[in-house]
Design a protein around this ligand. Structure first.
Ligand SMILES: CC(C)(COP(=O)(O)OP(=O)(O)OC[C@H]1O[C@@H](n2cnc3c(N)ncnc32)[C@H](O)[C@@H]1OP(=O)(O)O)[C@@H](O)C(=O)NCCC(=O)NCCS
Length: 166
């Protein structure tokens, strides 16, 4: 399996439904525009039986790091850093839920950000967990920020260690 960049001329955005209205709206109406403006990149996993059909997507960009929200050992270590990678959105279409695609997309997104950090270093990856997805991210080693439970982080060092074991 392999993700490709969202292509609005090819991918069927209108029928995508991951059950979260804001995510569906972003995918349908914003993702392509935001990529054109170099603000975000959205990658999709296509159904191999029909390349226009989207199994799931994720959106990557950078975000400022609130150093004070990190555990103190990380605050000291990363005090000169200002930015982290951001998995801004991630969704799997209802038809494909519960078949391991969410896990696969998350690992793919982490691998892409790890690759980017080899060229432009940043110490953490942050996710914004939508309704009820906090536990999904915790399962893969993310930790919630103490002052904002809807935001979670994982260090690039931990991602590197985990992915090197795959
Ligand atoms: C969260 C989401 C991406 C998971 O996708 P999925 O393809 O159904 O997940 P998978 O089949 O890969 O599941 C992988 C594991 O995560 C678990 N999991 C899935 N969704 C979960 C959730 N919301 N909370 C906790 N665990 C979850 C599964 O039980 C599975 O664990 P197991 O291997 O021990 O059985 C998907 O349900 C979705 O698109 N939700 C709506 C959008 C959303 O919440 N996005 C994330 C925040 S932006």
């Amino acid at each position: 399996m392999k993700t490709v960049l969202l292509d609005k001329t090819k991918h069927d955005r209108n029928n995508f439904n991951c059950e979260i209205t804001a995510l569906n709206h972003y995918f349908k109406a914003m993702a392509s525009q935001q990529a054109k403006k170099d603000n975000t990149r959205t990658f999709v996993l296509e159904d191999t039986t029909n390349n226009s059909q989207v199994i799931g997507f994720y959106t990557l960009t950078m975000t400022p790091i609130e150093l004070r929200s990190l555990p103190s050992r990380l605050q000291k270590k990363h005090q000169s850093s200002t930015s982290g990678g951001l998995i801004a959105r991630l969704g799997v279409d209802l038809k494909y839920k519960g078949q391991g695609f969410g896990e696969w997309l998350l690992i793919d997104a982490l691998a892409k950000l790890l690759g980017a950090s080899d060229s432009v270093a940043f110490p953490v990856i942050i996710v914004e967990a939508k309704d009820g997805s906090k536990h999904f991210y915790e399962k893969y080693g993310f930790t919630a920020f103490e002052d904002d439970e809807s935001k979670l982080f994982i260090t690039i060092a931990d991602v590197r260690a985990s992915l090197s074991n795959l």
